[in-house]
Design a protein. Structure first.
Length: 366
């Protein structure tokens, strides 16, 4: 895996500083969590939520592993498990990590509420827990993600721009993410803050498990209910679902309407090149992964997070969690070069395969 060299400002975006509890109320002091200070021989437990979205196996896992090695003179070990969208399995994986005495946990929760008990087990065993990408409940020591409300706003603003003066000439469909994912609720909140009153929302769905096939089925239902001539755009919370949505639109003979996305998956980027998908939210995973690794190594070694996490956020159960929120970018066909290509996520050759070569040439992607 080549290293993605991302030139992104390390400064976190502004967040609500609602840290009104003491360190004890927050589940512990980030500088003193865990057992005695350790050297570079540490074990970092990494628990990712699923493997349907390309980012987790392609970016997050190898980037975190690489950064941990860098920070520990090649001595640190990452113990990995993927929950495959199963919250119960993820809880079992945490138990296994606790039994195997990892020094710190990085957890991207399948279900933010269901993970709380496991986070407490880890905490009781002296193992700090970092919530990665999704703000998990329970005694969390640190958190890194993107500003998820801003992600939703970015998607909504892009959809409005694409619709232009025709924003109220028909109806849009909103395809939100899984109801068990706190990020999905934040994306939805951000999108609604931009779209409400400016478009007509004909149908809206919370898509079970973020699965493209469920988005496809929901979209078929929306087309049947609203009529194919009435739909002028689709808010899709991520690229995987956008793929399922676009398949349903094509099957119904609906083309040339804007569809949003998120994650800058390769298939999503290629659909943007081809004009099938309007935009995606590019989230610089290398920066997020680096921060998680930095937090993990510091906590495992008994060090403070003060130099890493300048902000604090509140979860439903924990106040004042030391946090880093990484900026995001709206990616359309006009700035593919300046985002995923410039940052080394994909090469032109990876994007512009035979099927997409003519479309790439047309937009100057060579």
């Amino acid at each position: 895996m080549r290293r993605a060299a991302v030139a992104v400002a390390a400064g976190a975006m502004a967040v609500s500083l609602a840290a009104c509890g003491s360190a004890e109320q927050a589940g512990g002091d980030s500088g003193s969590t865990g057992s005695a200070a350790k050297g570079d021989n540490i074990k970092v437990g990494l628990l990712l939520p699923e493997n349907q979205t390309a980012r987790y196996e392609k970016f997050d896992k190898p980037l975190i592993e690489k950064k941990v090695k860098e920070l520990t003179n090649n001595k640190g070990q990452v113990v990995y498990a993927n929950a495959k969208q199963d919250a119960s399995l993820q809880n079992q994986q945490v138990d296994t990590m606790v039994t195997n005495k990892v020094d710190v946990l990085i957890v991207d929760a399948v279900d933010s509420k269901a993970i709380a008990g496991s986070a407490k087990k880890a905490k009781d065993a002296g193992i700090p827990v970092i919530a990665y990408d999704r703000l998990a409940e329970g005694p969390i020591d640190a958190y890194t993600s993107f500003d998820n409300v801003t992600v939703g706003k970015t998607q909504g603003e892009a959809l409005l721009k694409a619709l232009g003066s025709k924003a109220k000439d028909g109806q849009i469909v909103m395809m939100n993410g899984s109801a068990t994912d706190p990020n999905a609720a934040q994306f939805k909140k951000g999108a609604h803050s931009v779209l409400d009153g400016k478009v007509n929302i004909g149908r809206e769905y919370d898509t079970k498990e973020w699965k493209p096939e469920n988005a496809n089925s929901n979209m078929e239902g929306a087309i049947s209910a609203l009529g194919k001539d009435k739909i002028i755009g689709v808010y899709s919370a991520n690229d995987g679902m956008a793929g399922g949505i676009i398949t349903a639109l094509k099957a119904a003979g609906i083309g040339n309407i804007p569809v949003t996305g998120q994650d800058a998956e390769l298939a999503g980027v290629q659909r943007i090149v081809a004009g099938e998908q309007y935009m995606s939210v590019y989230k610089p995973y290398p920066r997020e992964a680096d921060v998680a690794a930095e937090m993990a190594v510091a906590l495992a070694q008994g060090k403070s997070l003060d130099s890493i996490a300048k902000d604090k956020v509140d979860s439903p159960t924990t106040k004042g969690v030391p946090s880093v929120l990484v900026p995001v970018y709206s990616m359309t066909k006009d700035n593919i070069k300046d985002t995923v290509i410039k940052d080394g996520i994909y090469t032109v050759a990876e994007i512009c395969t035979g099927k997409y070569k003519a479309a790439c040439d047309k937009i100057g992607l060579k």
